[in-house]
Write a protein that binds this ligand. Structure first.
Ligand code: AGP
Length: 604
């Protein structure tokens, strides 16, 4: 998704902007650009495709001393990924970058065009700069003009604007899309749409709240809130560690992140397991007082972990549980009752649809909890309570370790709630805690397993589709396996409950239909096996993943014999992740930045 950077100071503005954009690359984009104002002279460069193209174009460009600059990576929403549609967008003497969507841009654009203003792009963003310049013409004061412009925009945005009429200033506004500003002792100011570009540059950062707007210059950082009150920045310190952002010899970040799962799950468990108790220091037990239902809401992979959670909450904690896709929940006028705990799940904490459902639940007076991987993200700041998943920075667009830690958290949380509700006896709880301690071992990738999957992947590069099938929690795992494959291989794949195949999809069965069958020993083995046999009898090509050898399978990927179905879940999770990875690599795709996808989806 789009990324923003901004810089004000006397160091190498071009390099700071470009390396900031590089840090945001993993979010997904299709064009990029920068604009730098030095004295009364603007330089702007844009390029479609990867950042190397922009680097090439700016090769000869240098700044000398103080300058202000803004930069952007664009993930196309309004208009194709072309150079004209790339940000920054130019007015007569101002440039703007923007994340989010200006919903009333057509009305604004029509009015501006009627006044004779010429638009160069098809984007919604361009209205901001022209509207600003119209207002500047009347107000003769850049900040007044900017503040007025903000009141005229509807939708979600984070925006930076630089103008010749106030050449040593950057104007900013945030409403619905994340943005932060960092400062350092040298008086430099840095903007970005997420932490990573600021690491190592700014010691202290202020995360803007919705409705914040203002400006920075050499001496000041001026912030107004949504009520137009002048507010002090709320500085927090920023991590200084960029190490986790490197590939450490792996071919792709996704591969590295699959291998990291054992460590990050151990981190997620750390301090949270006692002999017969689950500890969440960050939770106040009263969060669960009067709660009769848990509603989970999320998108994509996080939605799949929510589905897993629903099985565990009902099975272990005996609490009614429902799961919602955030983009659906938003507009279906849902009934919300106050005895429901509303739980959102998000790796990034910024997904627009999920964030909006959290706001809806809060407005309806529900208690809210977020399970998230990014501290200080919008959801973390908004929810009543938060559990961090401790997966570390996840760079691959296809989520792996974030999912693994989410499911780990939900396994623990379902037991925590089970204890509160007396739904599990002490022996049962002890047994579960003993199993939880084994997850880090069950996700270790062995050379033997990886090699086997690598070899086998060459047989799955064609065909007319994949069905990942499983029962119970293995159904959401099947959905997740299919999503992984779709995202990075661009092959059609579906996740399906094993028992549902005979109600329609089995009509597709033939040797070119690949069935990836999840066959755990400890959960409905015989039932699942029969479903796979039905497909095998109709000549579908079967790849079985199981601890028990299955002679009707064309291919077989063994997992270790485990004590429990949840450990089998984690073993199989690694297998489906690696299978997608290896298929994608063989197809020559960009595993970490698959086409059309963004890491953090901050538009609805
Ligand atoms: C996962 O591989 C995806 N890229 C995507 O489905 C993702 O899980 C979804 O966009 C939700 O993101 P979030 O967890 O950051 O809210």
């Amino acid at each position: 998704m789009c990324g923003i950077v901004g810089y004000l100071g006397k160091n190498n503005t071009k390099e700071i902007l470009l390396s900031g954009l590089k840090e945001l690359e993993y979010r997904g984009y299709d064009s990029a650009g920068i604009a730098v104002l030095q004295g009364d002279s603007f330089e702007s460069y844009k390029a479609i495709g990867k950042l190397v193209n922009l680097e090439e174009k700016t090769k000869e460009f240098t700044t000398d001393g103080f300058a202000v600059g803004i930069g952007h990576t664009r993930w196309a929403t309004h208009g194709k990924p072309t150079e004209l549609n790339a940000h920054p967008h130019l007015g007569e003497s101002s440039y703007v970058v923007h994340n989010g969507i200006i919903e009333n841009y057509v009305q604004l654009k029509t009015k501006l065009q009627a006044k004779g203003i010429n638009f160069l792009s098809q984007t919604d963003t361009e209205v901001i700069v022209h509207q600003f310049e119209e207002n500047l013409y009347d107000a003769k004061d850049a900040f007044k003009a900017f503040s007025k412009t903000i009141t005229e925009l509807e939708g979600a945005y984070a925006t930076l604007l630089v103008t010749k009429s106030m050449p040593e200033t950057i104007y900013f506004a945030k409403h619905g899309s994340p943005m932060l500003v960092g400062v350092n002792d040298a008086g430099e100011k840095f903007f970005a749409s997420s932490d990573s570009p600021l690491i190592g540059l700014a010691k202290e950062v202020n995360y803007f709240e919705d409705g914040d707007y203002g400006y920075v210059n050499k001496d000041e950082l001026v912030i107004y809130n949504k009520n137009n009150e002048l507010v002090e920045p709320k500085f927090t310190s920023l991590a200084t560690d960029k190490l986790s952002a490197q590939k450490d010899g792996y071919r792709f970040f996704m591969e590295k992140e699959i291998y990291e799962q054992s460590d990050v799950i151990a981190d997620t468990l750390m301090g949270r397991l006692c002999d017969d108790e689950i500890i969440f220091d960050e939770l106040d037990k009263s969060l669960f007082d009067g709660i009769n239902e848990i509603k989970l809401c999320a998108c994509g992979t996080s939605y799949h972990s929510a589905l897993c959670a629903s099985y565990m909450f009902e099975r272990y904690a005996k609490v009614r549980c429902s799961v919602e896709i955030a983009s659906e929940f938003r507009y279906r006028e849902p009934l919300m009752s106050k005895d429901t705990l509303f739980v959102v799940i998000s790796q990034s904490g910024e997904t627009a649809d999920t964030l909006e459902t959290l706001k809806m639940a809060k407005n309806a007076g529900l208690k809210t909890l977020v399970v998230c991987n990014v501290d200080n993200s919008s959801m973390v700041r908004l929810a009543d309570a938060c559990i961090l998943t401790r997966a570390g920075i996840e760079k691959g667009v296809a989520s792996t370790k974030a999912f693994a830690t989410q499911v780990t958290v939900f396994w623990m949380l379902s037991l925590y709630v089970a204890k509160l509700r007396d739904a599990l006896n002490t022996d049962g709880l002890k047994h579960q805690i003993h199993l939880l301690r084994e997850i880090p071992t069950s996700v270790i990738v062995t050379d033997e397993m990886h090699e086997r999957i690598k070899r086998l992947s060459k047989r799955y590069l064609h065909g007319h589709g994949f069905f990942f099938i499983g029962r119970d929690v293995f159904f959401p795992l099947a959905l997740e396996g299919a999503l992984k494959l779709k995202e990075i291989s661009y092959l059609h794949a579906e996740g399906y409950p094993s028992g549902e195949m005979k109600h329609g999809p089995i009509a597709l069965a033939d040797p070119e239909l690949f069935t990836i069958a999840l066959l755990p020993q400890h959960l409905l083995y015989e039932k699942s096996k029969s479903n796979v046999e039905e497909l095998s009898a109709r000549d579908s090509t079967i790849c079985a993943i199981s601890p028990i050898n299955f002679d009707k399978a064309d291919d077989f990927i063994p997992i270790n014999v485990c004590k429990d179905y949840m450990l089998e879940f984690f073993e199989m999770m690694v297998v489906v992740q690696l299978l997608s990875l290896e298929i994608s690599i063989r197809l020559g795709n960009d595993v970490d930045m698959p086409r059309n996808l963004a890491k953090s989806v901050t538009v609805e």
